[in-house]
Design a protein around this ligand. Structure first.
Ligand code: GFB
Length: 314
């Protein structure tokens, strides 16, 4: 990408899309389109066809999607399947029809790998086994997107790449406790307990499953690097290569927030996949300088930012 290349971010209001936007601006890119879903509904094929016919971007970050944590996924599996499949198919078909020279970057997710895997998980595990039930709809839809990138490249020569980000957190996260992800959920519950003077919070499951925690701007940095330096049909993991138990994550957040109360575990809530640690050798080979910040540093960035604090506590 040149600094004045025409770049389109779909999903620029969310956790990862907004991080990509901030990182692009920081790196000096000046010609960035960030339409929101109100002006461009990706479920409507005509809308994305017309938009690309007029704008003809050179680079497209397709980050938009219906996302949620374990419970959000579990409650609305059909919506997650339908919306995420239709959106990426509409976008890639419209690129083929209107700006076939544009390069497309599409994120899958490590939760689309099978439920059981040798750890760490390398990219060849895609479609290699049974999926985790709690996010089957999302996983199948994301698998459609990753496969679409490969097949549109094969049949139509579209320069489409896909990446597999691990569990993310950062600015502009979704802090909906019921339907959001674990990392923002834990940050919110612990901050609220501190603010309200509560001595106990309830987290879900057993606390033993293991998760990585990648700061959204580090993921965005890797994504921009790959847009500039990678063009294979092989997907590529973006993670830290290191995971913690959920209990350990909660302890780190407790320490950084400065709250020392007790955690109760609600065993009626699902644990989900036990472990999904990423093998990041492929990424490190292409981008050896990739060096994400620690969870402790990331949590501090969030809780020391007035605007984010307001967003979390409102
Ligand atoms: O981030 P999360 O909701 O989804 O994490 P996944 C779920 C894990 O955290 C389970 C535990 O083991 C939960 O029992 N947990 C503990 C909590 N307390 C909480 C809490 O307060 N809120 C939440 N949400 N979880 C996701 C997929 O799987 O992986 C998404 O559902 C996405 O689609 C993401 O792709 C990367 O990590 O299990």
């Amino acid at each position: 990408m040149k600094t004045d290349s025409k770049i389109l971010i779909l999903g620029s209001g969310g956790l990862l899309g907004s991080a990509i936007h901030r990182q692009l601006l920081k790196k000096g890119y000046t010609n960035i389109l960030t339409p929101r879903s109100k002006e461009l509904n990706l479920l409507e094929k005509d809308q994305i066809e017309n938009y690309l016919k007029i704008e003809k971007p050179e680079f497209v970050f397709m980050i938009a999607g219906l996302v949620g944590g374990i419970q959000g996924n579990n409650k609305r599996p059909a919506d997650f399947l339908y919306q995420n499949s239709i959106m990426i198919l509409n976008v890639i078909e419209a690129i083929k029809n209107n700006c076939p020279k544009a390069k497309l970057l599409y994120p899958g997710s490590t939760c689309i790998y099978p439920k059981e895997n040798p750890q760490p998980i390398n990219e060849d595990r895609f479609m290699a086994g049974k999926l985790e039930e709690t996010n089957k709809g999302y996983a199948v839809a994301k698998g459609v997107g990753v496969t679409a990138c490969q097949l549109y490249k094969k049949q139509y020569g579209i320069d489409a790449i896909s990446v597999m980000p691990t569990n993310l957190y950062g600015f502009n996260d979704n802090y909906d406790i019921e339907n959001g992800h674990m990392l923002p959920g834990l940050i919110k519950k612990i901050l609220l307990a501190k603010n309200n003077g509560d001595r106990q919070i309830t987290l879900w499951g057993t606390g033993t499953p293991r998760r990585e925690a990648l700061y959204s701007e580090d993921c965005a940095d890797a994504i921009i690097y790959l847009m500039n330096n990678y063009s294979s049909d092989q997907m590529i993991n973006i993670g830290t290569g290191f995971d913690y138990s959920i209990k350990e994550i909660a302890e780190i957040i407790k320490t950084e927030v400065g709250w020392s109360g007790e955690i109760k575990w609600d065993l009626s809530k699902p644990d989900g996949t036990f472990e999904k640690r990423t093998d990041i050798q492929r990424l490190k080979k292409i981008y050896p300088e990739f060096n994400p910040i620690t969870l402790k540093e990331g949590v501090n960035k969030i809780i020391n930012d007035k605007e984010q604090l307001k967003r979390i506590l409102s």
